[in-house]
Design a binder for this molecule. Sequence first.
Ligand code: NGF
Length: 293
Amino acid sequence: TDKFKGVIVAMNSCYDSEGNISTTAVKKLTRFLMDKGVDGLYVGGSTGEGLLQSSDERKQVLEAVLEESQKAVTVIAHVGTLTTKESVDLAIHAEKAGADALSAVSPFYYGYREESVGKHWMRIVDSTELPFIIYHIPSTTGFSLTPSLLKEMIKSPKVIGIKITTASTFELQQFKVMGGPGFMLFNGPDEQFLAGRIMGADAGIGGTYGIMPELFVSLEREYRAGRIAEAQQLQYTINDIIADLLQLPVYAALKALVKMRGVDCGDVREPLPQLSEIHIPLINALYHKIMNA
Ligand code: NGF
C-alpha cells in the first residue's frame, strides 16, 4: 500500500546527558524529520539502538514518536530482541500504542537455523493484527533469509515485505518476485537507494536519511518523476557523504551530525564506538558538505 512508500528514516534514539531516554529530544527529532517531508519513521532498529535498550526504554521511544507524529507519517516499530517473549511483548505494546507495522531482525547469538527463526518471527506476527516486515540483515545477525523460509512466512497475509540490508540488488529483486504481487521490499543500504528502487524496492529505510533528509526526499521525488539522471546525481552527492561517514564510527557520527542539524540526541550507547577528538575535523567538513549539497 501507499502507506509504505518512499523515504522511511531509521531514526536515532535520543538520550539526555546522563544517557537516559529523552522523550523531549525524541519528539524534537520526529518533528524535524516530518518537517523535511519524509514518508515514515523506523523506530528502534540498528540506527535506533533498539538492541542496546531495555524493553521499557524502547516503549518510551516509540510512544514519544507516535505522540509527536499523530499519524501524519507511517511509523514502523522494530521489535527484534533475543527472546521471543520479549519481542511479542514489544509487538503487543506497539499495536496498542498505534504503530502502523512491526519489523524484527532474526534472533541471534545461538546461531539459529531457519526453523527456529521462522517460529520466532511467526510468534511475533501472530501476536497482533499489524503488518510485519522481515528485517534481513545477515551482516549483523549472521542469519540469511532463505527462499524456503520466505515461502513459509508469506502464507500469512500479515507478512507484507522485507527490509533488506545486503548489497545485492539481485537478491532484492528475487525476493520481490518470490513475494508475489503487492509484496514490498525496503532498501537497506542508503548508498544504493536509487539502485534498490529501480530493481523493485518500494521504499528505503535508512539511517543516513536522518542527517540529510532533504537529499533523500529530493532523490525520491526525482525518481518518481522519471528524472533518472537527476536522481543519479543526487545519489552521487549522497554517496560522497556516505563514503566519508564510513571512515568514522558511523552511528556516533550520525548523532553528532543530527546534533549539528539542531537536535541533541546525546551519545551512542556503549559498547558502540564513540567519537574522539581526531574525528572532529571530518565531522565538521561533512556538515558543510551536507548543508551545501
Ligand atoms: O546500519 C546499518 C548496518 N545499515 C543501515 C540501515 O540499513 C539499517 C544503513 O542506513 C537501518 O535502517 C536500521 O537502522 O535499522 C547504513 O547505515 C548506510 O547505508 C550507510 O552504510 O548495515
